[in-house]
Design a protein around this ligand. Structure first.
Ligand code: AMP
Length: 293
């Protein structure tokens, strides 16, 4: 048997235009296949690949997208230095069983004269919405565009960005977008640190301290589940991560797991969420808190 020739340029088809994306999805639809979408900003790690594997379980064909979305970054943020490695990402995606990559450029997504915005409330309020006020509007805009461009049956997002997942669920429901939104639990390094493309900003010393964020959240969630009081749990997280070398703490909060409204006790499923700076990296993490009654 003649072995299949290796593709010289890419291990999986890479589409750059919405026309090519729609043609590919239409061809799959004609064959009666279902389609899952996995939106990312690239610099892929095992967390992203977990989304692809989950998407494979949910649909016949999986399209990953890579787009570092300028509308969700403020001017002082890390848009320009955000890590980019499209060729390496394509190899990883193919290894995880992804069927195609959609990687449009900025001009294709936001052509000259683009003048539309989406305003989000509800779960977008507070937490990262306070510290990165432009972010969720930008996420809503790009995810809505990706949904309408690909028209997938289902899309998979990570609980690592828990508030983002809740915002996406809400605007998808509010705008009647016919896409099922699925969440995947956070994929972690062996020492508990949530995998993130931004972990690349950590020095070796900072990297060794960073898992304390997850440990502090987990310990506090256990205390709350045993009936502990919220103020004490939040204070314990703050002092533990400050001691571990986190500099500025943006927030540590207890919220309702579904609506993300602030709560003072875990009477219903709740979520502990935190964002704090370790050196030049802004790390976020969150854990579930089961009801204590
Ligand atoms: P990003 O490339 O950071 O925009 O993330 C793209 C998608 O991957 C989002 O749905 C994230 O929530 C998800 N994601 C990122 N890191 C992880 C992780 N450690 N575990 C699970 N999902 C993740």
């Amino acid at each position: 048997m003649t072995p299949t020739a290796a593709q010289p340029s890419s291990p999986l088809p890479i589409m750059k235009t919405v026309g090519d994306l729609r043609a590919q999805v239409a061809a799959w639809r004609r064959d009666g296949l279902t389609v899952a979408l996995v939106p990312t900003m690239g610099a892929l790690h095992d967390g992203h690949l977990g989304l692809v594997r989950r998407a494979r379980d949910l649909a016949d064909r999986v399209v990953a997208t890579i787009f570092v979305n300028p509308t969700q970054f403020a001017p002082h943020e890390d848009f320009d230095r955000y890590p980019r490695d499209e060729a390496g990402d394509a190899t990883k995606l193919a290894g995880a069983g992804c069927h195609a990559l959609y990687a449009p450029d900025v001009r294709a997504m936001y052509p000259q004269g683009f003048a539309t915005a989406i305003s989000v409330g509800g779960p977008a309020e507070g937490l990262c919405g306070t510290f990165r006020p432009q972010m969720f509007g930008g996420v809503a805009l790009v995810v809505t565009k990706l949904f309408l461009q690909a028209l997938p049956d289902v899309a998979v997002f990570g609980e690592k960005d828990y508030q983002q997942l809740m915002v996406i669920r809400r605007f998808t429901r509010d705008l009647d977008i016919p896409v099922r939104v699925e969440g995947l639990p956070t994929v972690r390094e062996a020492d508990g640190l949530a995998m993130s493309s931004r972990n690349a900003y950590l020095s070796a010393d900072e990297r060794s301290r960073a898992p304390e964020l997850y440990r502090a959240l987990t310990a506090a969630a256990e205390a709350l589940a045993r009936g502990g009081e919220a103020d004490g749990a939040l204070t314990a997280i703050r002092s533990r991560i400050a001691e571990a070398g986190f500099g500025s703490i943006d927030y540590v909060e207890l919220r309702d797991a579904e609506t993300l409204e602030p709560v003072t006790a875990a009477l219903r499923p709740a979520r502990l969420l935190a964002a704090a700076w370790m050196g030049k990296a802004r790390l976020i993490d969150n854990v579930g808190v089961p009801p204590s009654l």
